[in-house]
Ligand binder design. Structure first.
Ligand code: NAD
Length: 498
């Protein structure tokens, strides 16, 4: 049985004590054991980070950037191995696992330009002989607590900008698929990162609480489910930390009567069922506007769903693989039953799906509901599985209201050929990330990622210039160099620029 150890000060570290099972979701069998660390293990990582960080912060940003250039090269070289490892623990198909790595790598590419992003502001002559400038300085030690569903991309969203800005970093990955973050840390070290700047500690709530309570950790970035995100935000804030905490989602795709329905169905199939629906930017709710649009859409969706191939994650023909765990499979199936009990029409039932030769695998077939109502709990909650719900809207106004009034506000998309409707929608909808004829509008790495309402607690987004802001503090210097003659100003009153 493979053991997955912490990675501290540039080497594997085996803690004693509890371990957790890491499954192969294709077979439903335990494939490895991950250490579940305690506060004393975290302390080792903090000690290593503390020892290494001042010198790293003093390294000029161009040299820091060179580590990211090299890291990018190494990740590309190891892409196949990383994708297979990721897929074997998560269950997403290998091609999709490559996308997981690639979208993280794009943030690393942004970090290659950190000398430019870190430049401060300067005002020449803000007063008589006075110049003002600002600089962004690292916080010290940052930590990232990440979910199972993007074990490559999300750690890179966090450790990339944090480290590029001169911080040391501690990642606490999901205990369900913890191997890839360790491989990434090893590759960062191979790329020239000094020992102790990037550490990986494994664990569950005990380790998370130790991070939230540690006085030497200045900032915490979290991505996961909303209740935990809220908890992290509250407890981290109470301990005086800077916290950004991103939560769950229930993204809607609005389909206007003028939309290209063939394109919509193609986009929806991937956005609703890709990665077995285990994406925070998936589209699990589709809102056709008008009964006619709804009927046509449903008619076109059925053969598209029928054509979906569910397979093991190494099957290159499969559209999606198993979900992450038996417990999650059961939870999804319970939500399907809830939908039925609440009176929605179950059009395609994915329960009881088995794959020959992989009967114990965590597979759920594609599921479609129609006539879903906003009063239903199965609509209000995030299901996070291959379940698509049709909520019929009578007109555009109702369609804008649905995602705007939902508790979650991560992503939303509108499908239309009408520029005016798209513009109205993008301006009015109360959701953080919007796609126009783009089903999964995850912003590129030089913009920034962040949902609203219960999808995001805190003010600053992930990556891009927002990431640089999150992982630094701004210092503003007001300076003058008098020539010694004195300017006769009254030092007893506050100077004004009047
Ligand atoms: P999760 O909340 O169960 O776990 C996330 C992290 O929190 C893990 O590292 C886990 O160890 C830790 N954790 C779990 N329970 C805890 C507890 N009681 N106390 C302290 N820490 C705890 O989430 P998950 O199931 O791994 O990931 C799926 C969720 O993440 C979905 O809700 C999805 O929408 C969300 N997600 C959101 C985004 C986003 O950007 N908004 C991105 C990806 C995933």
């Amino acid at each position: 049985m493979r053991d997955i150890d912490h990675f501290i000060a540039g080497e594997a570290y085996q803690s004693s004590g509890r371990t957790g099972d890491v499954f192969d979701p294709n077979r439903g069998e335990v494939q490895a054991r991950v250490k579940l660390g305690a506060a004393s293990d975290l302390q080792k990582a903090v000690d290593a980070a503390k020892a290494a960080q001042p010198e790293w912060a003093a390294t000029n940003p161009q040299r820091r950037a060179r580590v990211f250039f090299k890291f990018r090269e190494l990740v590309e070289k190891n892409m196949q191995e990383l994708a297979e490892l990721l897929s074997s623990e998560h269950g997403k198909v290998v091609a999709d696992a490559k996308g997981d790595v690639q979208r993280g790598l794009e943030v690393i590419e942004y970090c290659c330009g950190i000398p430019q992003s870190l430049k401060g502001e300067y005002t020449n002559g803000a007063g008589p002989g006075i110049d003002v400038y600002s600089m962004r300085q690292p916080l010290g030690i940052g930590a990232g607590i990440t979910p199972f569903n993007f074990p490559a991309m999300i750690p890179m969203w966090m450790f990339g900008p944090a480290i590029a800005c001169g911080n040391a970093f501690i990642v606490k990955p999901s205990e369900r698929d913890p191997s890839v973050p360790v491989r990434l840390a090893e590759l960062m070290q191979e790329a020239g990162l000094p020992d102790g700047i990037l550490n990986v500690v494994h664990g569950d709530k005990e380790m998370v609480d130790a991070i939230l309570d540690h006085a030497d950790i200045a900032a915490v970035s979290f991505v996961g489910s909303s209740d935990i995100a809220h908890y992290i935000y509250t407890r981290g804030g109470q301990n005086g930390k800077r916290v950004q905490a991103f939560g769950g989602a229930k993204n809607h795709g609005i389909v206007m009567p003028d939309a290209d329905l063939d394109q919509v169905v193609n986009d929806l199939a991937g956005a609703a069922f890709g990665s077995a629906g285990e994406r925070c930017m998936a589209l699990p709710v589709v809102v056709p506007v008008g009964e006619d649009t709804a009927d046509k859409l449903r008619e076109k969706l059925l053969p598209a769903i029928d054509a979906l191939r569910v397979g093991v994650s190494t099957d290159s023909e499969a559209h999606y693989g198993p979900v992450v765990s038996q417990a999650h499979k059961e939870r999804i199936e319970q939500y399907i039953q809830m939908g039925v009990d609440e009176g929605a029409e179950l059009v395609v039932d994915g329960r009881g799906f088995t794959l020959q030769g992989h009967e114990k695998g965590f597979f759920v077939g594609p599921t479609l509901f129609d006539h879903v109502k906003t009063s239903m709990k199965s609509y209000q909650d995030e299901i996070f599985g291959p379940v698509l719900q049709i909520v019929r809207a009578k007109d555009f106004e109702e369609a804008v209201k649905l995602p705007s009034q939902h508790d979650y506000g991560n992503g939303v998309a509108i499908f239309t050929r009408n520029g005016h409707a798209a513009r109205e929608f993008t301006h009015r909808v109360n959701v953080g990330m919007v796609g126009v004829n783009v089903p999964i509008p995850v912003p590129v790495s030089y913009h920034s990622f962040g949902g609203w309402k219960r999808s995001g607690f805190g003010d600053i987004g992930q990556y891009g210039q927002e990431g640089v802001r999150f992982w630094t503090k701004n210092k503003v210097v007001t300076q003058r160099w008098p020539d010694g003659g004195g300017d006769g100003s009254n030092a007893f009153v506050i100077p004004t620029m009047g």
